[in-house]
Ligand binder design. Structure first.
Ligand code: ZN
Ligand code: ZN
Length: 216
């Protein structure tokens, strides 16, 4: 594992700026990794899985330190809106969840009253604050199926409604039909093309804005 200072330099470069959230993310990941017995995340990258609970600056730093990435299936994003992450050692099953304490912000602000810029003061404080003042840590167990692990897709089916392929058991079964989550009612978007099956971008360039519900 690198030092905090080394990670700070790397994080600023890859994230585009340095900020308090990234210090939190770096320290959160360093603490999490040590707690599950991983000292070298580069060597351990095949036996490490990380769950992040927010899509903010801290998450970029967690990804940087752990080497876990969405595209490698080793980083899982769960949108709970919390500055927290869970680190799983796949070899031993050991897992810890590390959450940033809400009162750390107020404590940080009080630490460097001489620094005028609030964000800068917070950033410097997060670098030196006691771990216990920054984070709550709990040992946890994470239920993982083979479909959750990195590597090649565990399974692939075709949605009976839209015809799109679905990996890793993320499909839904409604009666005897196999559907993707969107077609099963969990869609997060609405089509603006007015197409029957909402299937694609065919008329998106026509400038149409009318919306048509597909009525079941
Ligand atoms: Zn940031
Ligand atoms: Zn579908």
């Amino acid at each position: 594992m690198k030092t905090l200072e080394d990670y700070v330099l790397l994080a600023a470069e890859s994230h585009g700026h340095m900020c308090p959230g990234q210090i939190l993310g770096i320290r959160m990941a360093m603490l999490g990794l040590r707690s599950i017995g991983i000292d070298d995340p580069v060597k351990a990258r095949k036996r490490l899985l990380t769950f992040v609970e927010i899509d903010r600056c801290a998450t970029d730093a967690v990804s940087l330190v752990t080497g876990c990435r969405l595209g490698k299936r080793s980083l899982k994003f769960l949108d709970y809106g919390k500055v927290a992450a869970t680190f799983v050692n796949l070899e031993t099953g050991r897992a810890v969840r590390v959450a940033a304490r809400d009162d750390a912000r107020a404590k940080a602000k009080a630490m460097f009253p001489a620094i005028a810029d609030a964000s800068q003061a917070q950033l410097e404080a997060y670098k030196v604050m006691e771990t216990a003042d920054l984070f709550d840590l709990q040992a946890v167990r994470v239920k993982l199926g083979p479909e959750d692990l990195p590597g090649r897709p565990h399974s692939r089916v075709t949605c009976a409604q839209c015809g799109e392929g679905v990996n890793n058991g993320r499909e839904r079964r409604l009666g005897d039909r196999i559907l993707c989550r969107s077609c099963a009612g969990e869609r997060y978007y609405e089509s603006v093309t007015g197409g029957e099956e909402d299937s694609g971008v065919r008329s998106q360039d026509s400038g149409k804005t009318e919306r048509q519900e597909s009525g079941g």
